[in-house]
Design a protein around this ligand. Structure first.
Ligand SMILES: [Ca+2]
Ligand SMILES: [Ca+2]
Ligand SMILES: [Ca+2]
Length: 592
């Protein structure tokens, strides 16, 4: 029962059911007998995941091919909606820039980290009635098949977005009957998705020709997709009829795209979501962001990682939205699940840990990393130089973080993380480093906050932005305060200072240049306040003070060697490498 033709599908299923009863196969045995590859498979009108549980897609579409640089922002934000699936728009190169296999691998690795099942699609043949365009889509999947093989448990292939624009079924069916066996012959065993004719909005093609198309798949591992806009999802009855009639042929169907309205009318999105839940039918809303040309209202989100729109709120937070109804692919939640390659052979070693971050603390370093797909545990290695030698610091770490304690402040430590399972060990992650430092505790009630006004360390200006906070319970006279910003002046030219803006009034501020001899500091700018500057109220602050320093000959600085400069502080943060004196006494910060 590994493979059977659709024509015999229903009868054989009955026989299989009878055999299951008689021989008491476990579900695992039945699945192993029925499927030549561990991955998604079709059982009646259900799509099943590789652990044998029904998988009901809940998620969104993401227009990756037009916004290739936004992936790292978009995927975590999409995962945060609770989606279990993301449908990724790719290009086979006919109409847009082809997404290379390396790019696809990058997408799939990132989605693995965020436990998102991926439905890949190519968009170039959208609306075309040309079989040649469908073949180009199929050829694309064969070109990148090495990215698909071995990921049958988490990657689904939507052969061609909305191929076939006409409201007609014959050529639509024969086109798919040609390319589906072609994809299978190439060794692609992933679940395939076929969009209905009529730009995805003519589900009659599924009702009438769907069984013939399904029969062309020697693995019987394909599902249909309806795109529900005004012509296929315009009202509740239309939504229900289209879902019911598609399921009636005995094959799974999903709503691969839907909106809340469209060019020529309303869409009943509430029924799509609620009836989809009632009938265990998957759905993927169009689309994360980036819509234009008059359908901007279809954006679910404001930018790759911005806030949800009203449409996004409905899809994510609605009564049948992703947060209420989405369940992750069980492969990501089943302890001990190990991915198996397409040939059914040995389990594979996990992926290399990515997004490794080391954060220095007082006598310690905190490490965290993204979860590696297929990992049972992690090993953290440490060295005192970036080249090593690295020694195992912690083994069998089952989470994705580790705190290395008892370290010497001022010493730089280097770390790598590796992932393990029963099949082996991943390659090591990139090296990260951190230098533990004593935590600075302010002695009084005044605290200097700093951010960089420009992050270019080699241009002709130094731009520290400053704000003094009074955390005490009585007001502080500004005229008693002196701020110092320390740097190396990199040359002999005179320095010009400007208060570009100060919330308390730049006319109440003074700026003078002083010198000293210390590491990374031969010069400082001292900011003071006039008699009329007033006070910092209890619990208040000075507000923004925007200082700018130039040389008289406008040559460049090198800020990278400046004591007070920290380009990572792009938002206001307490910063002890700027000092504050009150009536001549140091009350905040560490002098260089
Ligand atoms: Ca609507
Ligand atoms: Ca600068
Ligand atoms: Ca400098």
């Amino acid at each position: 029962m590994k493979r059977f033709k659709r024509s015999a599908h229903k009868g054989l299923l009955l026989v299989l059911s009878a055999m299951l009863c008689l021989t008491l196969f476990t579900p695992e045995q039945a699945q192993a007998a029925e499927h030549s590859v561990k991955g998604f498979y079709v059982s009646g009108t259900n799509l099943m995941d590789a652990t044998g549980k029904p998988f009901i897609m809940r998620g969104v579409n993401h227009s990756h091919t037009w916004f290739k640089n936004d992936l790292e922002a978009a995927i975590p934000a999409i995962a945060a909606t609770g989606s279990n699936t993301v449908r990724i728009v790719l290009s086979n190169g006919s109409r847009w820039t082809e997404d290379s296999i390396a790019d696809v691998e990058r997408i799939l690795a990132l989605c693995d980290e965020y436990k998102l099942t991926v439905m890949l699609e190519v968009h170039d043949a959208t609306g075309s009635d040309s079989v040649a365009e469908l073949r180009k889509a199929a050829d694309y999947w064969v070109r990148i098949k090495e990215a698909l093989i071995g990921r049958e448990d988490r990657v689904i292939v939507n052969i061609a977005n909305e191929w076939y624009g006409s409201w007609d079924s014959s050529v639509w069916a024969t086109g798919y009957q040609e390319v589906i066996p072609y994809l299978r012959a190439a060794g692609i065993k992933n679940t395939l998705v076929v969009d209905s004719a009529g730009w995805g909005q003519y589900p009659n093609s599924i009702f009438t020709k769907g069984e013939e198309v399904f029969a062309s798949d020697p693995l019987g591992n394909m599902i249909f997709s309806i795109h529900m806009y005004e012509y296929a999802g315009g009202n509740a009855q239309m939504v229900k009829d289209n879902i019911d009639n598609a399921l009636a042929i005995g094959v799974p169907v999903i709503i691969g795209e839907f909106g809340h309205k469209h060019t020529d009318g309303d869409v009943d999105e509430a029924t799509i979501m609620s009836y989809g839940q009632e009938k265990s039918v998957g759905w993927l809303a169009w689309s994360w962001y980036g819509n234009s040309g008059g359908v901007d209202y279809l954006d679910l989100n404001r930018g790759p990682a911005g806030a949800l729109t009203d449409w996004g709120q409905a899809v994510v937070n609605g009564p049948f939205g992703t947060l209420a109804t989405s369940k992750l692919n069980s492969i990501y939640t089943t302890p001990g699940y190990e991915p198996v390659p397409a040939d059914g052979g040995e389990a594979t070693a996990p992926a290399t840990p990515t997004r490794v971050v080391a954060t220095a603390g007082d006598g310690q370093v905190s490490l965290r990393w993204g979860s590696s797909f297929g990992a049972a545990s992690y090993v953290v290695q440490r060295a005192l130089t970036s080249e090593g030698p690295y020694e195992d610091l912690a083994a069998e770490v089952t989470g994705t973080s580790y705190v290395d304690e008892g370290l010497s402040n001022g010493t730089t430590y280097y770390y790598k993380v590796l992932a393990l399972n029963s099949a082996g060990t991943s390659p090591a992650s990139i090296v990260v480093q951190a230098t533990p430092q004593e935590t600075y505790v302010p002695v009084g009630n005044l605290e200097v906050h700093y951010r960089v006004g420009d992050t270019s360390a080699t241009d002709n200006q130094i731009k520290p932005y400053l704000n003094i906070h009074n955390t005490g319970s009585s007001p502080v006279e500004l005229k008693d305060l002196k701020l110092r910003y320390y740097f190396t002046r990199d040359g002999d030219a005179d320095l010009l200072t400007f208060i570009d803006w100060a919330q308390l009034g730049a006319q109440h501020m003074t700026a003078t240049v002083g010198s000293l001899e210390s590491t990374n500091a031969d010069t400082y700018i001292e900011l003071g306040f006039t008699e009329g500057a007033g006070v910092i109220p209890a619990g208040g602050s000075t507000g923004d003070i925007q200082l700018r320093v130039h040389k008289s000959n406008w040559t460049n600085f090198d800020e990278s060697n400046d004591y007070s400069y920290d380009p990572t502080k792009t938002s206001y943060t307490s910063w002890e490498k700027i000092t504050l004196h009150q009536a001549g006494e140091l009350v905040f910060g560490l002098m260089p």
